[in-house]
Design a protein around this ligand. Structure first.
Ligand code: ZN
Length: 128
């Protein structure tokens, strides 16, 4: 017969959900194996998230470079979005008087009232 363990002394494993009797206050896993599986899965999720964000940033940068190569330094945000640009993904941001200046790696641009303008390449790392 299994001995009764008061609820306050029980915890549940984050990986398999089994009851951990007499758990220490910070014990989250029933075994080393469960701890390893849980951390492996969480790290994999974080890696996918990072890769996805980097992919979006690279796409945004590529679109901005194409515009500068076409000689365009002013477009509407809706046009950028139609080319696959994702607003909100940038590597730097400065709020200026009346407008916002963004950076996507080595490309900078300003935005005001759905208009994206002054799209240009940073010539020097000193401008960061
Ligand atoms: Zn477990």
């Amino acid at each position: 017969m299994k001995k009764y363990v008061p609820y306050r002394h029980r915890s549940h494993c984050l990986e398999c959900g089994c009851v951990i009797d007499y758990a220490k206050s910070n014990q989250k896993f029933c075994s080393d194996s469960c701890r390893d599986h849980w951390h492996y899965r969480e790290n994999k999720k974080a890696g996918r998230f990072f890769s996805r964000v980097m992919s979006i940033l690279e796409t945004n940068r590529s679109i901005l470079i194409q515009l500068t190569e076409e000689g365009r330094d002013k477009v509407e945000m809706t046009y950028l979005e139609s080319r696959g640009f994702r607003p909100g993904f940038c590597t730097g941001f400065t709020k200026r008087w009346g407008y916002c200046e963004y950076r996507c790696f080595d490309i900078k641009y300003c935005e005001k009232n759905d208009l994206v303008y002054n799209i240009s390449s940073l010539l020097s790392i000193d401008e960061l």
